[in-house]
Ligand binder design. Structure first.
Ligand SMILES: Nc1ncnc2c1ncn2[C@@H]1O[C@H](COP(=O)(O)OP(=O)(O)OP(=O)(O)O)[C@@H](O)[C@H]1O
Ligand SMILES: [Mg+2]
Length: 259
């Protein structure tokens, strides 16, 4: 399949903030139904890649096509239609503080799809149950629940629209191992039931192996390795080897400076 037939095709994405050249030349593509885990050191630009794909941050160069249509500079109606097809979990959950939990979960349904509040609430409560949250949680506000619970609400919101495309930024960070497994199973379920195409960012390699069929490492503004998940331990990349095995020594130098 050529990249023009891909569900998501990213080519030559570049983005700087002042002197900080974060993305230099990021390219990868996914076919429908694939699940990619993007990994790399903190600050390498993983979250930024997702924001550029979503059209939330305009890149300096490069292109992103979803179902063949360019998304990076889509505005107005085209951008709303794009957002309506994608479920997104932001790294820090990004909940609306002023809305109760259920309205956060149902936001896309009520605001973009015009669904009535009663039906939207029922769906929200069902999605909350899928991430292990009780119906009572629905009427609380984000400030009244723990960080891990906020993360799960963010996941419930991402899957509320039964998305065909799902982006998950650190879906299991800060969750206990049992809850992490439950979330991993939920991601697999969404892929199976909806045939969803998924991009996740995670540093949890156990989780990554469970939820992806492909992985890609972002380093120095480029994808330095991508391959099938079962090839992760045979990548032939010293960077991947160091990251996956959590080694202090290797080509990745931590920018830590003594005071
Ligand atoms: N809106 C922005 N304005 C200025 N700089 C930004 C912005 N967004 C990201 N950056 C910079 O881009 C770099 C990459 O940020 P990003 O959040 O994508 O990293 P990350 O790989 O997701 O890291 P982490 O694993 O810690 O979440 C950082 O140096 C960050 O300061
Ligand atoms: Mg990030």
């Amino acid at each position: 399949m050529s990249s023009s037939d891909s569900k998501i095709a990213v080519e030559g994405l570049a983005k700087s903030f002042g002197d900080n050249r974060v993305l230099e030349d990021v390219s990868f593509s996914l076919d429908a139904g694939e699940s990619l885990v993007l990994f790399g050191t903190s600050g390498s630009g993983k979250s930024l890649v997702l924001k550029c794909i979503l059209g939330l941050i305009p890149p300096d160069g490069g292109s992103v096509r979803i179902d063949g249509a360019e998304t990076t500079h889509a505005g107005g109606r085209a951008h709303i239609e794009l957002m309506d097809r994608i479920g997104m979990l932001f790294q820090y959950s990004g909940l609306f503080d002023s809305l109760p939990i259920w309205e956060n979960v149902a936001f896309q349904l009520t605001h973009y799809r015009g669904m009535g509040r009663k039906q939207a609430r029922e769906i929200a409560v069902a999605k909350l149950a899928a991430v292990g949250l009780k119906p009572e949680t629905a009427d609380l506000f984000p400030s009244e629940i723990s960080g891990g619970m906020q993360k799960r609400v963010g996941i419930a919101r991402a899957v509320a629209i039964d998305p065909k495309i799902l982006f998950l930024d650190e879906p299991t960070a800060g969750l206990d191992p049992i809850m992490s497994n439950r979330i991993n199973e939920l991601i697999l379920q969404v892929m199976e039931e909806l045939g969803a195409t998924v991009i996740s960012i995670t540093s949890d390699m156990r989780s990554a192996r469970q939820i992806s069929n492909r992985m890609a490492m972002l380093h120095d503004g480029r994808i330095i390795w991508t391959g099938p998940t079962d090839q992760l331990d045979r990548s032939g990349s010293e960077h991947v080897h160091q990251f996956v095995n959590q080694l202090a020594e290797g080509p990745i130098k931590m920018r830590v400076r003594a005071a």
